[in-house]
Design a binder for this molecule. Structure first.
Ligand code: IMP
Length: 429
């Protein structure tokens, strides 16, 4: 029986997946990023020191774990090098234990320029992207014109293809967006020293993973973003450009569904969203201040203030179904400490017809009003609690109610930012 675990977000990203990945990879051999790019931001606190990873899987912090950036990830070579250097400074060395798929599409300067120019042109209708070139890079992949990691291995072909693609983008950047033209030679010049460093990391990662499965190695698949930022299942068009739901694991790695034994959905004890788009349970004023300040709700990639809200179990239950989630993990429970009362959204109603409404498909979010159950909060701290029975009974009731609504067991509760602030209810390996 394989023991491979998927860890993915059930909200709009920033659920605290990095810490859970870090915790569960301690007992695994491989950790795999399968979608997204350096738009992600996984914050980990190790021995009081904060480390933020955007592209390299968080599990790499364990010295014996092999990290894989699989084919579903769009890779910015400059962001990759920056991260490798940051890890080195923190005495974490990735030599011979980080591999990147041949087929991963590259993010280059023209993607970033396009991303920023488009957002600017959209004005108040901007999506609120991270400005990392993610959307344009995935467009190139689907349009079958992307440069991929494998292209870095042949300088002559790279130079030729780069010249053509930069020409294509310059036409749009200059004529339509009124931006400066990009010189492909500058991109090439910046790429050459990077190629020397990453050359041997570029591999057939699908093959590496199949071999690992054959050898009964334990693999953790590390999701980025969250289910409702998924290009197909999210709150379109306010989404990212990859499949952050379970399908992304399969297409993004070449590992089939029967090799995934456990799918853990990570949810905050409340909700956040960074960027624009629907957010039915959004709160403002004092409750927002409480979540923001106590939960440090500022984006780890862009530094933007995150919007905050109560836990939404309508969308959570939808995430459970879309992803075949077998186990839930609640993070940041301690952020609820000190609140007089706590709300859970258990259904939606249409504010025009006053009839109950299901999770809207498409853009019918405008008239959605959340219906709440209200529970007493707790005054005793949950921060740093390591055993379920040591939680205040109101906090346990809150957890039980979420289990009851979603019909999925909560097997992990995170009670603070540090690696050790965790209640592990089930052993996954
Ligand atoms: P993009 O992925 O940069 O194209 O941004 C599209 C949307 O996804 C924007 O609303 C971003 O704020 C959001 N987004 C992308 N990555 C993350 C993440 O890691 N956490 C939270 N939101 C994200």
């Amino acid at each position: 029986m394989n023991k491979n675990i998927v860890i993915l977000g059930t909200q709009w990203g920033d659920e605290g997946k990095g810490k859970i990945v870090d915790c569960l990879t301690a007992d695994s051999s491989y950790v795999v990023r399968y979608q997204g790019g350096h738009n992600a931001g996984h914050t980990l606190v190790v021995n009081g020191k904060k480390i933020i990873l955007h592209l390299i899987p968080s599990g790499i912090l364990h010295n014996s774990v092999i990290g894989i950036i699989a084919n579903g990830v769009v890779v910015s070579p400059s962001a990759l090098i920056k991260e490798i250097n940051m890890l080195k400074k923190n005495n974490i060395f990735i030599s011979k234990r980080l591999f990147i798929s041949n087929s991963s599409p590259l993010i280059l300067q023209y993607h970033i320029e396009m991303d920023i120019a488009r957002e600017k042109k959209l004005g108040i209708n901007a999506l609120g992207t991270t400005g990392r070139g993610i959307g344009p890079a995935y467009e190139d992949k689907i349009a079958r014109r992307a440069l991929r990691m494998e292209d870095l291995k042949n300088e002559k072909v790279l130079s030729m293809r780069l010249e053509k693609i930069v020409d294509y983008y310059n036409h749009q950047l200059v004529s339509f967006y009124k931006q400066k033209a990009i010189d492909y030679k500058t991109i090439l010049k910046d790429l050459l020293p990077i190629i020397d460093i990453v050359h041997d990391m570029i591999q057939d990662t699908t093959c590496i993973l199949h071999q690992a499965i054959k050898n009964n190695k334990k693999i953790v698949f590390e999701g980025a973003q969250g289910s409702f930022l998924d290009i197909d299942h999210g709150t379109y068009p306010y989404v990212t450009s990859s499949n952050s739901t379970i399908g992304g694991v399969i297409t993004g790695t070449g590992v089939g569904p029967k090799d995934l034994s456990c799918i853990i959905g990570v949810t905050k004890a409340y909700c956040t969203r960074v960027g624009n788009g629907p957010f039915p349970t959004e709160v403002f004023d004092d409750i927002d201040k409480h979540f923001s300040n106590k939960g440090h709700e500022f984006g780890s990639t862009t530094g933007r203030k995150r919007r905050t809200g109560w836990l939404d179990t309508v969308s959570l239950s939808r995430a459970v179904k879309i992803n075949s989630i077998s186990s839930l993990c609640i993070t940041k429970l301690d952020v609820l400490d000190g609140l007089h009362e706590i709300k859970i959204c258990t259904s939606y109603k249409n504010s025009n017809t006053l009839e109950s409404a299901s999770f809207p498909e498409g853009d019918n979010w405008e008239n959605i009003t959340p219906i709440y159950e209200t529970y007493p909060g707790w005054t005793k701290k949950t921060l740093g609690v390591k055993k379920l029975e040591h939680l205040p009974h109101e906090a346990r009731n809150y957890i039980n109610r979420i289990e009851e609504i979603t019909q999925i067991p909560i097997n992990i509760v995170s009670t603070g930012p540090d690696r050790s602030d965790i209640i592990l209810i089930q052993d996954f390996f």
